[in-house]
Design a protein around this ligand. Structure first.
Ligand SMILES: NC(=O)c1ccc[n+]([C@@H]2O[C@H](COP(=O)([O-])OP(=O)(O)OC[C@H]3O[C@@H](n4cnc5c(N)ncnc54)[C@H](OP(=O)(O)O)[C@@H]3O)[C@@H](O)[C@H]2O)c1
Length: 253
């Protein structure tokens, strides 16, 4: 019997797949045998470094630049997926953006921009790429604790993650009869570049590590292993599930 956790022969799109958690997912999936298309928007240096690392390791991984907050960027990415892959096995929506501010500093522009990438881009990609899906396909949304709990100054991002979770649960029920499994991953605090924008990042990450039952923060690679499981045949019974990867932080009082 073949290993149900492997991803050999699968064609995978990872949005935001060149840095942080998305990068770890791109590499993990490629190491598990998938052909990976990792999307990014600005940081060409990070994308080039990932492509080089994959090439050196003999992995099937390419990168595509496309701003998923724009119609043009979405069209570019859909066209790239359709031209590079004979069919699509998996979409991982890891790309996310957003500002961390109190309400009196938030604007509608912040809200719209955040939802454009975190929710709308996922909706558009799943809808437009639906005809490209091979049987046994999977969609994985990357959510966060802010979808369920109030995190300081996380209003617009948390709202977008709540919307992403609700949207993907509905799609999970709708697409399961068509052989496409939709699930979500909710990492706890993970030390990535995303934290660099926050002035108190070091102290918040240290506090979070201390209150986590595991005694430390989880790594992008640990999140990527959970992502591999959810997108592999080993998770063939999981539909509309949100898997929390946080070292137990969510269950700690
Ligand atoms: N880090 C955490 O503590 C944490 C916790 C819970 C959930 N998450 C979730 O995990 C996911 C990854 O987070 P991360 O911390 O790894 O983020 P990150 O290191 O900041 O990486 C973000 C990625 O998204 C890409 N991206 C940003 N805007 C884009 C756009 N408009 N179009 C296409 N791609 C775009 C970036 O491309 P460039 O490199 O070109 O900028 C980059 O590859 C997100 O969904 C985040 O909400 C993170």
């Amino acid at each position: 019997m073949s290993d149900p956790f492997q991803l050999v022969g699968k064609h995978v799109l990872v949005t935001g797949g060149t840095r942080g958690i998305g990068r770890a997912i791109s590499l993990r999936f490629a190491r598990a045998g998938a052909s990976v298309l990792a999307n990014y928007v600005r940081d060409t240096q990070a994308a080039d470094a990932l492509r080089q690392e994959a090439q050196d390791a003999g992995l099937a991984l390419e990168t595509v630049r496309a701003d998923l907050t724009s119609e043009k960027g979405l069209a570019t990415l859909v066209a790239e997926v359709q031209s590079r892959f004979p069919s699509l096995s998996c979409i991982v929506h890891a790309a996310a953006t957003g500002v961390h501010k109190p309400l009196d500093q938030l604007t509608l522009r912040h809200l719209d921009w955040t939802f454009a990438l975190n929710v709308r881009a996922c909706f558009e990609l799943v809808k437009q790429l639906l005809p490209s899906f091979a049987p046994g396909g999977t969609v994985l949304g990357v959510s966060s604790e802010g979808a369920r709990h109030a995190v300081p100054h996380y209003t617009v991002v948390g709202a977008s993650k709540g919307a992403l979770e609700a949207m993907l649960r509905h799609l999970a029920a709708e697409l399961a009869p068509r052989g496409i499994r939709v699930n979500l991953l909710a990492p706890g605090s993970i030390a990535t570049d995303a934290w660099k924008a926050m002035p108190d990042a070091a102290s918040r990450l240290a506090t979070e590590a201390t209150r986590t039952p595991l005694g430390r923060l989880c790594t992008p690679e640990e999140v990527a292993c959970a992502a591999q499981f959810l997108c592999s045949d080993a998770a063939s019974g999981l539909v509309g599930h949100t898997l929390i990867v946080d070292g137990g932080a969510a269950i700690a009082s």
